[in-house]
Design a protein around this ligand. Structure first.
Ligand SMILES: [Fe+2]
Length: 366
């Protein structure tokens, strides 16, 4: 790999870290350690986990160096430590946490200097710089998780403009019956669950041009007594959005956000439609302005594609395959654009609403 590409990686690592630190700049240690919700980690855990994941892959695995804090890494293992337990763990906090993040980064950059990242590198972790891309994606994705928690932080002042934007609702796109290529190509960075790219037969269908708006969702709530999305309160006269401790009237022309799969599915049925499958979503995405507002629930369970191979570790995707989770596609305002590939598969439990999730409807074409 060209030297400039290495410096490019170093620059991108630096940019990702600046963004992480910008998110927490205004918070004190007490806020970083506070448990806001049993289904979300305290921010101190996320920060230590970001650094520990980096140390594990870029310093220990690739650089063959010893960890800075011995066995500490086990407290940052996301599978071993469910979110509701993370506030109680003996993790690094305060000044020690900040020093750990900086020390790991220093070592990462030292190791990067010595690495060969050619396209034909023998180690698949290094080929095309895979492990560095994985690391970058991991930190950017955790920023989104941190934003889920920051929505609970009263008085949080976003360091850059945040939130959904208005959409001009109405209209559908017809997708003809045919064979569609689904999943990520063999080259370039993608997660194991996006591969292998394969062909899928689809019947003709229609899909909404835009995600469902708050106005449409309010109509649905009034007609069915469905619960309001997370963070909405009714102040008597109107619905207000209370995320980040604000009280702002719900904007009728913005996409609805923070609804569960169960609610999304109920909405679609009420509207005489259905949720798209994840393959329909992906086939349609080329023709849709589909990314950057809300994650969109699909009707699909999270399953492996035929020919799936876990890489580089089973715990990223494989342990979540099954009928328990539903797939979301797209990417929300809180998702870094570098993460939101057309083939990217997000997943969560059908009752969850803390994620930045919305609705787009489809129906069989007549
Ligand atoms: Fe993680």
């Amino acid at each position: 790999m060209r030297a400039s590409t290495k410096s490019e990686i170093a620059t991108r690592l630096g940019e990702a870290r600046s963004r992480t630190l910008a998110l927490i700049e205004q918070l004190d240690d007490e806020q970083l350690n506070r448990v806001y919700s049993p289904i979300l980690s305290p921010l101190a855990w996320d920060l230590g986990h970001i650094a520990n994941f980096e140390e594990l892959w870029l310093v220990q695995t690739i650089g063959e160096r010893e960890p800075l804090h011995g066995e500490l890494g086990r407290f940052y293992d996301a599978i071993e430590n469910p979110r509701k337990t993370r506030g109680e763990l003996p993790i690094l906090r305060d000044a020690e946490l900040r020093a750990y993040m900086a020390d790991v980064r220093e070592r990462t950059l030292e190791v990067l200097e010595t690495m060969e990242l050619d396209a034909d590198a023998e180690d698949p972790l290094l080929r095309e710089g895979f492990v560095y891309e994985m690391l970058l994606a991991h930190e950017l994705q955790h920023q989104e998780t941190m934003l889920q928690l920051l929505e609970l932080a009263d008085g949080y002042e976003p360091p850059w403009p945040m939130g959904t934007a208005p959409v001009e609702a109405g209209g559908t796109v017809r997708i003809e019956a045919g064979t569609y290529a689904i999943g990520a190509a063999a080259e370039g960075f993608a997660y194991d669950n996006e591969r292998p790219r394969h062909e899928v037969e689809l019947a003709a269908f229609e899909i909404d041009r835009t995600p469902i708006t708050n106005a449409a969702y309010i109509e649905f709530m009034e007609a069915t007594a469905a619960e309001a999305p997370q963070y909405w309160r009714n102040d008597g006269a109107e619905w207000v959005d209370t995320a980040m401790g604000r009280r702002r009237p719900v904007a009728r022309d913005h996409p609805v956000i923070h609804v569960s799969w169960d609610e999304a599915d109920a909405f679609a049925r009420w509207a005489g439609k259905r949720l798209p499958s994840e393959f329909e979503w992906e086939a349609a995405a080329e023709q849709l302005d589909a990314v950057g507002q809300v994650w969109e629930w699909t009707s699909s369970h999270f399953h492996a594609y035929d020919g799936f191979r876990a890489f580089p570790y089973r715990e990223y995707s494989e342990v979540f395959f099954g009928d328990e989770y539903r797939v979301l596609r797209g990417g929300a305002w809180a998702t870094h654009p570098a993460v939101a590939r057309r083939s990217f598969r997000n997943w969560d439990l059908p009752q969850r609403r803390q994620i930045f999730s919305g609705i787009r409807c489809a129906r069989d074409a007549s």
